[in-house]
Ligand binder design. Structure first.
Ligand code: PLP
Length: 393
């Protein structure tokens, strides 16, 4: 079977972004990129704020926040009353951990695919409360049934107070069977926090169907929102127990207002976030998703070939819709966190290409994303030049 060709570009899409044309931006996943119409919408909101700060903050701001929240929640098929805007996935995870009331004898379970900062947050909360954290090893390409089996076997009813699972993992770029894990955990009365940082905009998702106790997704990655926009969705029984990072004037108003009102901060990212979804829809949501996933798969194949990695050795993300793909680096390359970071920097400096490099279980991995502003030649150029860069370590 001949490999699939790269997808047709989405005409004019690159012009929607302010990205430096001298650089190939193959890492949308880390910090996203905000389309110009969304930047403009946020600038207009900032102008309004600066024209009369008092009026901006004291007249109708909470209604405008609620309106933005309803828009984003509806897009994700989440209950708008059960959702709260937070600044980012990391904040959402921290809020949940601190609201659980963990204590000695309790444990929090995660997997070895979890995002590094989330693992650190779990560790700190466990240290602070006397709880313990347990990381379950899950093989890179374990089929969904195995992932569910591993998590189920790791549950200790009576002790396990939370399971944390990524919906799309960061370092390993794979989809996890979150809904099945939620039902396995719920069978023992154990709550689940789904870290869906990469999901909004990338994958069609019904948060209600996932049915997690807590679900947090960034809008500022694949949802084209200004940075600082994430949605934390909380199941009904937990809402009253959720405590905000900072106690402010809406503390007595309950969920979600107490979480969203964080004193004098910049709320313009949230208010402009619906324009991100509007931009996605005007490009064609399905078209963008298909394009990005196909381009990432193309990039994975050409860069893999250049490094001598055949299709069979390229990790499958578990769902063709995932717009981030991994390429294994040669043995000995980027085997530690620091080595991965310095290789990423060298690729940026020498090849004018932004990629993610991670070390996972002592092996280096390149993560390539596909986005509407990318073209096949960017991956082809990387494929051409990366082997020599790796040879001259
Ligand atoms: C799985 C996962 N969780 C959490 C985060 C953190 O996102 P943020 O920095 O927006 O909090 C990331 C960022 O890439 C991620 O990939």
């Amino acid at each position: 079977m001949s490999p699939s060709p790269p997808p047709e570009p989405i005409a004019g899409a690159r012009l929607l972004f302010s990205l430096d044309p001298a650089v190939s931006h193959l890492n949308h996943g880390s910090f996203g990129a905000v389309p110009i119409p969304v930047q403009r919408a946020q600038h207009r909101l900032r102008d309004e704020m600066e024209a009369n700060p008092l009026r901006f903050y004291s007249q109708g701001l909470t209604d405008r926040i609620a309106h933005a929240r309803r828009h984003l929640a509806t897009f994700l098929d989440a209950d708008p009353q059960g959702a709260a805007l937070v600044s980012n996935a990391t904040t959402g995870v921290g809020v949940v951990l601190q609201s659980l009331g963990l204590g000695p004898g309790d444990e929090v379970i995660s997997t070895d695919h979890a995002y590094g900062a989330v693992t650190l947050a779990i560790a700190r909360e466990c240290r602070r409360t006397g709880a313990t954290s347990r990381v379950l090893p899950v093989p890179l390409t374990a089929p969904d049934e195995d992932v569910v089996r591993i998590v189920r076997a790791g549950l200790r009813p009576g002790r396990t107070r939370l399971v944390v699972l990524d919906q799309v993992t960061s370092a390993t770029a794979r989809l996890m069977p979150v809904a099945a894990v939620v039902s396995a955990a719920h069978a023992h009365g154990i709550p689940v926090l789904v870290d869906a940082a990469h999901v909004p905009g990338m994958l069609p998702v019904s948060v209600s169907d996932v049915a997690a106790d807590f679900w947090v997704g960034n809008l500022h990655k694949w949802g084209y929102a200004p940075r600082g926009t994430a949605l934390l969705v909380v199941a009904e029984p937990w809402r009253d127990r959720i405590e905000p990072p900072v106690v402010s004037w809406e503390q007595e108003s309950g969920f979600p207002a107490r979480l969203e009102w964080q004193a004098t901060v910049d709320y313009t990212p949230w208010l402009a976030a619906p324009v991100g979804l509007f931009t996605l829809r005007s490009l064609g949501l399905d078209r963008v998703r298909r394009h990005n996933a196909a381009l990432a798969a193309y990039g994975q194949r050409v860069v893999g070939e250049a490094l001598g990695v055949g299709p069979a050795a390229l990790p499958d993300p578990g769902d063709p819709a995932v717009a981030m793909r991994l390429v294994p680096l040669p043995p000995g390359v980027a085997t530690t966190f620091d080595a991965a970071r310095s290789l990423r920097q060298r690729i940026a400096d020498r090849l004018a290409t932004e990629v993610s490099v991670a070390s996972w279980h002592g092996r280096g991995w390149l993560r390539l994303c596909g986005q509407v502003y990318n073209t096949p030649d960017e991956y082809e150029r990387l494929a051409l030049r990366l082997p020599a860069l790796l040879d001259h370590r």
